[in-house]
Design a protein. Structure first.
Length: 341
């Protein structure tokens, strides 16, 4: 195997970025134009790109949040980073079209939250990405990769994202899926609603207004923890932009966020009336061990640590058929007072 290593030097002048339209949707692996948030990708140096980002002011999913002041959604920035890495990987890092990237682990954190106030942006958003890859000696194909991203609003550094991925060809992914299941996997397009759904969590308890965006049902509260079933709506176009044979990673991250808000809200007493209040998720990290199947009940359990400096840290574990699917940690803060964040 050979490893491509990036230079540490960052150029003082970045290429000019265009913001007039979004990139071709296939480069971001999206079906709907409305779900594309990258406007331009420019090469900075070998294995490094910068990308212009469009952050919609009104969106069925990413704008549906109760906390005030109103900030750009952390998962919108995470999704924009994911798209920038996919597009940059195809156009500038030598990742062939049709490659399946399986996320193994990731870390995402926000800072300088005041710069994320909607309507008060200090400048156009962009995401800088460095790619690290290992190529097979004979084929030259990337087998494993890592990306590191820095997110900016104008000149203000507002976030960081890193991700470790495994690259597979389409047939290799099918072999892996069959090895895990033993049977062909159903597609999300074959479902209208999860069977046996009894009671979805009230939207205000997970920071939402629109019930379409609630992904949890039947919560059970214990001392310091909450357990719920993960059941996103298949007709949610943001979570299911196209057909999947598993629950996508972003759906699990959303479930972890909602469980974290529910758990932290219970700790602060917010669930007694006003829901999750002004709690806002600023950080995510964790890993994925297996695909989350569509036709098997998925249970998530959140455990919180005591609040520290206005922050709650909530660990969320996902299980299916008594097997661990993923483990994520979410950091939540109260943004009613932005000082210190």
């Amino acid at each position: 195997m050979t490893t491509q290593v990036l230079e540490d030097a960052v150029p003082t002048v970045l290429p000019a970025l265009a913001y007039g339209r979004t990139i071709e949707r296939s480069l971001a692996h999206r079906s709907a134009i409305s779900e594309v948030f990258v406007t331009d990708v420019q090469n900075v140096r070998p294995m490094a790109v910068t990308a212009g980002i469009h952050l919609p002011l009104t969106h069925l999913y990413y704008s549906d949040h109760r906390p005030r002041p109103k900030l750009h959604d952390s998962l919108l920035l995470l999704e924009a980073g994911r798209q920038a890495s996919i597009a940059g990987g195809h156009t500038n890092a030598g990742v062939p079209a049709g490659t399946v990237a399986i996320v193994h682990a990731f870390q995402f954190s926000l800072r300088n939250l005041s710069a994320l106030r909607i309507g008060g942006e200090p400048g156009p958003p962009r995401i800088d990405t460095d790619f690290f890859g290992k190529t097979a000696r004979h084929s030259g194909r990337f087998r494993k990769g890592r990306l590191e991203q820095r997110i900016f609003m104008g000149d203000v550094h507002v976030g960081d994202h890193s991700m470790d991925v495994l690259f597979l060809k389409g047939d290799e992914n099918e072999i892996l899926r069959h090895a895990q299941r033993g049977t062909p996997a159903p597609l999300s397009s074959e479902f209208t609603e999860w069977p046996g759904v009894v009671r979805r969590v009230a939207p205000e308890l997970v920071g939402r207004d629109n019930p379409l965006n609630v992904v949890l049902t039947e919560p059970e509260f214990a001392e310091g923890s909450v357990t719920a079933q993960v059941v996103p709506r298949f007709d949610n176009p943001a979570l299911f932009d196209h057909s999947y044979d598993h629950l996508p990673a972003m759906a699990l991250v959303e479930a972890a966020r909602q469980l974290a808000l529910l758990t932290a809200g219970a700790a602060s007493g917010a669930t007694s009336g006003s829901g999750s209040g002004d709690l806002f998720a600023v950080g995510y990290e964790g890993g994925f061990q297996r695909f989350a199947e569509l036709d098997v009940p998925l249970t998530a359990t959140a455990e919180r640590t005591p609040a520290s400096d206005g922050r709650y840290t909530v660990r969320v574990g996902f299980r299916q058929d008594d097997q661990e699917i993923a483990e994520l940690t979410v950091t939540v803060v109260d943004v009613s007072h932005l000082n210190g964040f």
